[in-house]
Design a protein around this ligand. Sequence first.
Ligand SMILES: C[S@@+](CC[C@H](N)C(=O)[O-])C[C@H]1O[C@@H](n2cnc3c(N)ncnc32)[C@H](O)[C@@H]1O
Length: 396
Amino acid sequence: MNSIDLSSQLKAIDALLVQYQWLWRPQPFKHVRPEWCVRLPELTTRLLALSDDELALLTAQESELMALLAEYLPELAAFEALCQLPARHLTTLTPLSPHLNWAVPGRKWTQIEAFAQAVGPVTSPVLEWCGGKGHLGRLLAMQWQQPALTLEYDPVLCRDGTLLAQRARVAQQFHVVDVLLPAVPQYLIDRHTVALHACGALHRTLVRQAVAARVPAFDIAPCCYHLGSDAAYQPFFLTESLALVSDDLRLAVTETVTSSAREVSKRDREMAWKLGFDRLRRDISGEDHYRSIRPIDKQWLTFDFAGFCQALAQREQLAIAGEIEWPHYEQFGWQRQREVMRLSLVRHAVRRPLELWLVLDMANYIIRQGYRVELGTFCPRQVTPRNLLLSARLAG
Ligand SMILES: C[S@@+](CC[C@H](N)C(=O)[O-])C[C@H]1O[C@@H](n2cnc3c(N)ncnc32)[C@H](O)[C@@H]1O
């Protein structure tokens, strides 16, 4: 894909996201019936009537969801077409030491291998950004016979990574460093820099520093765009259009495609109980509007519903007096949770467009700084939903 394509793709996605803000911005968790429900009553009825199995299917299969929504809003089909990205070419790696993936969980190793294959040949020393135990750096170092340096601020991970590198006889060093501090750019010079799932501000800092240091090449698979972002997101390139806030960035990464059944059931309970508590708070305080709830202590989810509400009420300084009909509020919460999950499907339809907007915004900035950029998916979503790889090579 060339730079003109990336720039026009960004502008087209931007225009659609702006046009449909009325649909995707309102959060059913906060608004019992978002305003679009009045505009689209048939879609609302259809979504609310979905069985649990249908909901699960539409949550897991984006194409099924888009097909359903397109029955009511045919214009949304444009999103799907605009978000098509090529699968990146995968270079075959030579079979390497059996010690290389020692102690790496299976799915993690699949991601790492796919990322390394998509990066292709590495001809400079490797710098691994926020590398954890340095599995990716270790693989690239061995594959391409280049020394690797892994930056990571957790000393325990650095120590474990050093042992793994020694075991595999790989030339890899670790530096315990906070990559957000100003002293870091010195590490980048003349290195091929890679970052697999460096969250939010960590990958954005890398982009700015890599182009400033004129590194020969860098490859990034971004994730958790909302972490380290100001409440109002600062774009790289497209500054006069869609104004994103931290909640929007979080929406881009809310899939549960790789979550276990236990994680999903915990998430459901948390949502239902918060919604039950919200009703209770409204009844006690007489204020009939949503009030945001700060992240809760996950330990409270091991209590029963009454215990959960009492712990939360204490933190929120809500006085609970007299007899409370706990089963009524808990049941109310579960009913709302059912509805929220169904009405939120319209927001799911823009998760990939939002993610692509963020990545294309970075890509266009990097191109402006004199790099060639290639963008595509490096593995299927089931391996990781954060499967976009942005590769930049210094042009000329
Ligand atoms: C999501 S993990 C990714 C690790 C590794 N790249 C992988 O894919 O397995 C993000 C890593 O960034 C590290 N990290 C977070 N903030 C950091 C900072 N400010 N400086 C350096 N490393 C940081 C974390 O300790 C963690 O190991």
